[in-house]
Design a protein around this ligand. Structure first.
Ligand code: AMP
Length: 112
């Protein structure tokens, strides 16, 4: 079954897209937890970070991290937080690898 993010990539579901290339798509989170909350989504539908093989990691991770730099440049922000939730107990709800990009407010130290 397709993930929500595969449906967004295929334009079967609407989303506000900030950036897109061959490897990643960056969309606005529908339930933002900060003034700037974007999702950096790998175009390869791997369910979680832990399930990415080393070859995919080598390809996709630099692209995803570069996307974070590009979001910051585009928004004109210097400070931001990146989060990956790996598995249900870590808070993952969409099983398609993505990195949360959060900015625009002071972040607390509490990771609970
Ligand atoms: P996670 O809990 O780490 O798996 O993150 C999934 C994120 O996807 C959550 O922050 C949701 O708010 C977000 N989300 C779910 N559905 C959509 C959607 N259709 N468009 C944009 N963001 C979404």
């Amino acid at each position: 079954m397709e993930t929500i993010f595969e449906r967004i990539i295929a334009r079967k579901l609407p989303a506000t897209i900030l950036l897109e290339d061959e490897f990643v798509i960056v969309i606005q989170d529908i339930y933002p937890k900060a003034p700037h909350h974007y999702l950096i989504i790998s175009k390869k539908a791997v369910p979680s970070l832990q399930q990415m093989d080393h070859q995919d990691l080598e390809i996709y991770m630099p692209k995803m991290i570069m996307a974070a730099q590009n979001i910051a440049k585009k928004l004109g922000v210097e400070d931001y937080r990146l989060i990956v939730n790996n598995g249900p107990d870590a808070g993952q709800t969409v099983f398609h690898l993505h990195i949360h990009f959060l900015a625009g407010r002071t972040m607390g130290e509490n990771f609970a």
